[in-house]
Design a protein around this ligand. Structure first.
Ligand SMILES: Nc1ncnc2c1ncn2[C@@H]1O[C@H](COP(=O)(O)OP(=O)(O)OP(=O)(O)O)[C@@H](O)[C@H]1O
Length: 563
């Protein structure tokens, strides 16, 4: 927890923002087009009012007066129509942001290199997806308010310069002040916003942990650990939020001072120019309306800075998952060496591996396994049996030495081919929320129901399935919550077998299964007629006795022996 706080760079965040903007270039072009047109129309209003004022001094209802009033009213109507068009574009952008991010997450999550997230709890990391809503809302607010406000400022200043040269000085002061407010406060504003968001996720993570381990906390609620930790995290959140708020307040204060000064200066200058008859009354009123419009637009920009921070922060957070390194994909495709439905021969040469910042777990391991051999991995607790299995599954590619499958280095085998031919069952594997069929086949459309029934019979699921009204369509809860532990293990094993792998890498998690079914599973897995190669982590003597070979792992020793 509170692991993320790092050096946040607004430059990197702005770069990401531009990447997003460039994806929506065309639509944003439309938004600006609408903003320019409506900016023109809005500014024509003071000009129209100026002309109407001058005409009114004539105290007659002339045709020009009626036409002018008509033009001004039409201007207001047309601006409204443009705003609706703008809203449609923004809705489309919002929908695309959601769709694009959702698929980016769904596509990339299974490809994330597992070692890169060794220090994270992935479901917690994926909470960042909720920042999609902040991005959608913030991005559209920026698109609606920013272009309109910036164009109004620009046009307003240009127009003012035509009234009197003194307004040019005003334009320069406005531009440099807006720039300075952005320049001096944005980096701090962004950093405080990121830290605030980090704390928000830490709080959410802690609440999720309490929920995940609800039974533990239920029985220990009198110790109040759940409240103490929450208190600590919420304090962190509140102080980081206050720091962020202070930046926003500072920006707003500067704005108020700026507004007061400009309003006073402009009224004085305007009145002076009018008295000196350098501008007439119509021009005076029009110039004051333009100045008020400009000030309102500047206020909009400053107030929206909060949204800018929200958008930049949301983008950074969303990319926390998307930036994680992906599994490397080997270029060399020599899949003829890894035949489907046949066993795989395995050779390990001087294999060593250490988890990041840990001492080596696997040290100079050498062994050879022939195609179709059934091999058990045994040894003391924590000696690296599961780790060895994971290395063979290609999950951790950063080992030294070599692993050869059918004589081909594992690193040269494209992940797709590797994963299609290997089936794994690790002790920490889980079911997901979906039907029994989905949990067994994981969407493999080539599985036929005869094979499925056969596999379910072997693992002892037959009775369970026939006892369900919905059969294979039975809905399973996340982690198989409402099923017995042994049923979950049987489903996980069925998942391995149904794809007819060439290599089966499994941990013996069936200790509690009734003896007759356990025996049936062991005989099936170790049957010489089965073409797959089997590596099973077990310390069960019966299972070991049925295997052809034993790999023994001790802290300093690695032994292979034939059984
Ligand atoms: N993802 C990981 N990141 C860091 N260290 C890990 C990770 N997984 C395992 N370890 C460490 O590696 C060592 C070997 O763990 P491993 O699970 O491979 O041993 P094992 O022989 O299968 O243990 P057991 O018999 O208790 O299941 C342990 O000290 C463990 O703490």
């Amino acid at each position: 927890m509170i692991s993320e706080k790092e050096n946040y760079s607004i430059r990197k965040a702005v770069k990401r923002f531009y990447q997003l903007v460039s994806l929506e270039r065309k639509e944003i072009g439309f938004v600006y087009f609408y903003a320019i047109i409506s900016g023109f129309i809005l500014l024509s209003l003071p000009l129209g009012i100026q002309a109407i004022t001058n005409l009114l001094f004539g105290a007659t209802v002339s045709t020009s007066l009626i036409v002018l009033i008509g033009v001004v009213v039409l201007g207001v109507l047309f601006t409204g129509i443009l705003q609706v068009a703008q809203m449609r574009v923004i809705e489309r952008i919002q929908q695309r942001i959601f769709t694009r991010l959702t698929f980016a997450y769904a596509y990339r999550i299974p490809k994330i290199s597992l070692i890169s997230i060794d220090d994270y709890y992935l479901p917690e990391l994926v909470n960042r997806f909720f920042d999609t809503a902040n991005l959608q809302k913030g991005f559209s607010k920026l698109l609606l308010d920013f272009p309109a406000a910036s164009i109004q400022i620009l046009f307003g200043l240009i127009l003012l310069c035509f009234y009197h040269p003194v307004f040019i000085v005003f334009a320069l002061i406005v531009c440099s002040l807006v720039y300075m407010i952005f320049y001096f406060t944005s980096a701090k504003g962004f950093k405080t916003s990121m830290v605030e968001s980090d704390y928000k996720y830490d709080v959410a993570h802690w609440l999720e942990e309490v929920s995940r381990a609800i039974k533990t906390f239920k029985f220990h609620q009198h110790n109040e650990l759940h409240l103490e930790k929450t208190d600590k995290l919420v304090s962190g959140y509140l102080s980081s939020r206050t720091s962020h708020f202070m930046v926003l307040i500072l920006q707003y204060r500067v704005l108020i001072i700026f507004k007061v000064l400009i309003t006073a200066a402009m009224l004085i200058i305007g009145s002076y120019l009018f008295i000196e008859q350098q501008i007439n009354l119509g021009q005076f009123i029009a110039s004051e309306i333009i100045i008020i419009t400009i000030l309102n637009s500047i206020e909009k920009l400053i107030v929206n800075l909060e949204v800018v921070y929200d958008v930049l922060t949301a983008l950074e957070k969303l990319n926390k998952v998307l930036d994680k390194p992906q599994d490397e994909s080997a270029d060399l495709v020599l899949n003829q060496n890894i035949p489907k439905k046949l066993g795989v021969s395995i050779k390990a040469n001087d294999l060593s591996f250490a988890y990041p910042n840990k001492r080596p777990i696997i040290k100079n391991v050498n062994f050879e396994i022939k195609e179709g051999e059934k091999v058990c991995i045994t040894g003391l607790e924590g000696t690296g049996k599961s780790t060895l299995l994971k290395l063979l599954a290609g999950i951790y590619p950063d080992f030294s030495g070599n692993i050869l499958f059918n004589g081909l280095a594992i690193k040269m085998v494209p992940k797709k081919i590797l994963y299609q031919n290997i089936a794994t069952l690790f002790a920490d594997d889980e079911l997901f929320s979906g039907t029994l069929l989905e949990n067994i086949t994981i969407g493999n459309k080539n599985v036929n129901f005869n094979d499925l029934d056969l596999v379910c019979k072997i693992v002892g699921l037959e009775e369970f399935i026939t006892g369900q009204q919905q059969g294979y369509q039975l809905h399973l809860d996340p982690q198989g919550k409402k099923q017995s532990y042994n049923t979950v293990q049987k489903i996980l094993l069925a998942r391995c077998l149904v794809n007819k792998p060439s290599l089966l890498l499994v941990e013996d998690t069936w200790g509690g299964i009734e003896p007759s079914i356990r025996k049936q599973i062991i005989s099936y897995l170790t049957n010489e007629n089965q073409q797959f190669t089997l590596l099973v982590v077990t310390n069960d003597e019966d299972f070991i006795s049925k295997c052809n070979k034993k790999l023994y792992l001790d802290n300093e020793i690695f032994k292979t022996s034939t059984i």
